[in-house]
Design a protein around this ligand. Structure first.
Ligand code: GLN
Length: 193
């Protein structure tokens, strides 16, 4: 049976992830309400969007605790932008805490108004040079030593792996290049690393 990937679909850029993972040979379905959590899934996608809105909806729909438990239990998670904010142990200048579990500190909307959205090209470990669209992106200010840094931009980490979590501050799902999604299914979902 092919890999079953659940994509959090409450808000933000989730459809593009489904297209990417389907092109990698996985099956995807959307998590929109609590009953969707009854279906079997092998991995979870936390898409970009607005982390505050996503977290609020997760609690209102009573999906937060169950997803938090799965993440804690080691389910593979692919997180982009707002998704990395949901996983971060610490959000700079804030007491807010969402799922946590990823020992990094992120600063929301760190690139400011002038440069809120832009594309970069950098090396991504294990994958090669990739395009990186940043959209009101957070910045990873610090990471625990156990966090593996897979890519940098401007001196800051922009892609990290920690256990079964792969998290990025940019949006690989809108580049038309599926290599990062494929790297996740090939390595993290299969336990190759
Ligand atoms: N700025 C958003 C937040 O703080 C993240 C932006 C994105 O996901 N593209 O949640």
């Amino acid at each position: 049976m092919s890999l079953q990937i659940a994509v959090l679909a409450l808000q933000g850029a989730f459809i593009e992830h489904e297209q990417m993972f389907r092109s990698c040979g996985a099956e995807c379905f959307e998590l929109r309400q609590k009953t969707d959590l009854r279906r079997h899934f092998d991995a979870l996608v936390l898409p970009g969007g607005e982390s505050t809105a996503q977290s609020k909806l997760l609690r209102e729909l009573d999906m937060f605790d169950e997803l938090a438990a799965r993440i804690r239990a080691g389910m593979p998670v692919f997180a982009t932008c707002a998704g990395i904010i949901l996983l971060a142990e610490k959000i700079a200048d804030s007491e807010v805490h969402h799922f946590g579990g990823l020992p990094i500190t992120v600063k929301r909307n760190a690139y400011g108004r002038q440069l809120s959205s832009f594309w970069a090209e950098e090396y991504f470990s294990g994958v090669g040079v990739v395009s990186m669209p940043f959209i009101r992106a957070p910045q990873i200010e610090s990471a625990a030593p156990a966090v593996e840094i897979l890519a940098f931009y401007g001196g800051y980490p922009v892609a990290v792996r920690y256990g079964n979590m792969l998290a990025m501050t940019f949006h690989p799902e809108i580049t038309g290049d599926k290599r990062i999604h494929q790297w996740f299914t090939n390595n993290i979902c299969t336990g190759n690393l």
